[in-house]
Design a protein around this ligand. Structure first.
Ligand SMILES: Cc1cc2nc3c(=O)[nH]c(=O)nc-3n(C[C@H](O)[C@H](O)[C@H](O)COP(=O)(O)OP(=O)(O)OC[C@H]3O[C@@H](n4cnc5c(N)ncnc54)[C@H](O)[C@@H]3O)c2cc1C
Length: 502
């Protein structure tokens, strides 16, 4: 049998034909459809992209090539969060809730137990239960293996094509989607998934940003070499007071740093710590939820006041309902939430592993880490380093922090117009994507389909994870993304070949 220039035997075709009884019945006359091998480009190979690829490989019953394209080789199958080399960087979710698969909650813990001996050598890993907070580096290894196994177990005709390259552009026409890589390659696919995740923080806005060009300034805390450079200094400033700042403060101390660490943030709030607690019977009917942030906060406070339960139980119980509660809020209320509540929400929702919280308390008590609730006004470079001019909250005088290096740990930038990514700029220019009105991510439909600048819903371009923050709010961590990855893979597979992308 000759199809599109390929000689194919009936036996070879068999696996691709099993999905419809009709094709089975008419096997002798089987014609390979116009597109005989489907292809999907997954752009970005952090947790989101890796797990979409894994789920496509697992569920595909048609001939399929999955291109998994990652710009940064260190981050392949790991992404920003799990490509760290440091065992001091712990997961902020307990092992029992970090399975890559929604239908197999114990998967990660079982994998980790096979590495128990190695993992117990990591700092602060003292036991091995579902409540243990394991190193993020180990989670990266786990993801790498998950992908490798899915590739090897894929059905005949289902292939993974791994590419280390940056996607710089994408165009759509009647033939499908053309994905352009920095290295010059062009891939022709039917569907593309933007799994581009977390972008580095933007520089804090000041009148004279020239210091941001200085070698003493590290705009991206996750760039290789930052730790080694900081260890050579006697003092440094970490901008921000969230999980990334704490990662760095704790890692520096563990690596033998004896210098002074300053941290500056506008509100000075630190993340709360995890602690074991019983699940709450906090009943929520998201459909009946009041469309008001203020009423919600009152309800939560009342519940905690009446029951005396740990606030963590309520935060955890809310989690599964947050997207629906968020969707019920009018835009003005979502804005109100971001203005007044976000900072408190983040510090209670994104919590620290208990061992890290203990180290942080020691650092603050030992006067190695100084926390300043202040705003950065300017930087003046000196022979030895840089004087950072700050104004404390509620005060008028300007103070100077003299340090040898500054690291921006202020959290990922989500305003797509500011990212400077060639791919994002290309998509914005063509109107193929549209930032959501709160600039938390992109406008997206419930199934992950991207909405273009005219309000049209794409049949070819999809996303998951952090870019959906504007529409879901709760969408940046493994427990949510693993569900999205599976359902997006199924959506893509079921729609392949039926529609041309727009
Ligand atoms: C430091 C840190 C620690 C975290 N810890 C936890 C945790 O313990 N538990 C938890 O549940 N969640 C954690 N998170 C949340 C995290 O967002 C998710 O768990 C998840 O890793 C997000 O994955 P992602 O693939 O969407 O994004 P990312 O990890 O950001 O991956 C996106 C990838 O896309 C690539 N990319 C971008 N643009 C292009 C392009 N044009 N071409 C090719 N490649 C491109 C990037 O290089 C990157 O590797 C953490 C996040 C961070 C930043």
């Amino acid at each position: 049998m000759f199809c599109l220039g390929l000689k194919v035997t009936a036996a070879e075709l068999m696996p691709f034909c099993q999905h419809t009884q009709a094709t089975m019945n008419t096997f002798q006359e089987y014609q390979i459809p116009a597109v005989n091998s489907h292809s999907i480009a997954v752009i970005g190979s952090g947790f989101s992209g890796t797990m979409v690829a894994v789920q496509l490989l697992r569920h595909a019953e048609i001939a399929l090539t999955v291109y998994l394209i990652e710009a940064n080789s260190r981050q392949f199958a790991r992404g920003v969060a799990y490509s760290t080399d440091s065992d001091c960087h712990l997961l902020n979710v307990p092992a029992a809730n970090m399975s890559a698969f929604p239908d197999d909650p114990g998967h990660f813990l079982r994998w980790a137990r096979t590495r128990e001996k190695n993992l117990l050598n990591a700092p602060w890993v003292t036991d091995f239960t579902g409540n243990t907070f394991l190193p993020r580096r180990a989670y990266g290894e786990y993801l790498f293996e998950v992908l490798d196994k899915a590739e090897r177990a894929a059905a005949a005709g289902v292939h993974l094509d791994k590419k280390i390259d940056q996607v710089i552009g994408l165009s759509i026409d009647d033939q499908g989607i053309t994905v352009t890589l920095l290295g010059g390659e062009r891939l022709q696919v039917q569907k593309a998934v933007l799994a581009i995740g977390n972008f580095p923080p933007c520089d804090p806005v000041i009148d004279n940003p020239s210091f941001y060009q200085s070698p003493r300034y590290y705009s991206n805390p996750w760039k290789p070499g930052v730790l080694q450079a900081l260890l050579k200094t006697k003092s440094c400033l970490l901008i921000g007071s969230g999980l990334t700042m704490i990662d760095w403060a704790v890692t520096l101390n563990h690596a033998g740093y004896r210098g002074t660490i300053h941290t500056v943030s506008r509100r000075g709030l630190l993340p709360q710590a995890h602690s074991p607690h019983a699940p709450a019977a906090f009943n929520i009917d998201p459909q009946a939820a009041p469309p008001s942030v203020r009423t919600w906060l009152h309800n939560i406070r009342d519940y905690i006041g009446v029951t005396g339960c740990d606030w963590r139980t309520v935060m955890d119980a809310l989690r599964a309902h947050t997207p629906q509660l968020w969707a019920n809020l009018p835009l003005s209320e979502r804005r109100r939430f971001l203005r007044h509540v976000r900072i408190y929400w983040d510090s209670h929702r994104h919590r620290l592993a208990p061992a890290v919280a203990e180290r942080l308390a020691e650092l603050l008590a030992s006067a190695q880490l100084f926390r300043h609730t202040a705003r950065i006004l300017d930087y003046k470079q000196t022979g030895q380093g840089v004087d950072v001019l700050v104004r404390r909250r509620g005060q008028s005088q300007v103070e100077t922090l003299s340090v040898e290096a500054v690291v921006n740990c202020s959290g990922p930038e989500s305003d797509y117009r500011k990212l400077g990514s060639p791919l994002v700029n290309d998509l914005l220019e063509q109107g193929l994507i549209n930032p959501d009105p709160l600039t938390l991510g992109l406008e997206v439909k419930a199934d992950g389909a991207l909405v273009n600048s005219s309000g049209g819903v794409s049949t070819g371009l999809f996303t998951l994870g952090p870019p959906q923050k504007g529409s879901l709010w709760e969408t940046i961590a493994v427990p949510e993304i693993r569900e999205q990855a599976e359902s997006l893979a199924k959506t893509l597979l079921s729609s392949l070949g039926r529609q041309l992308p727009q």
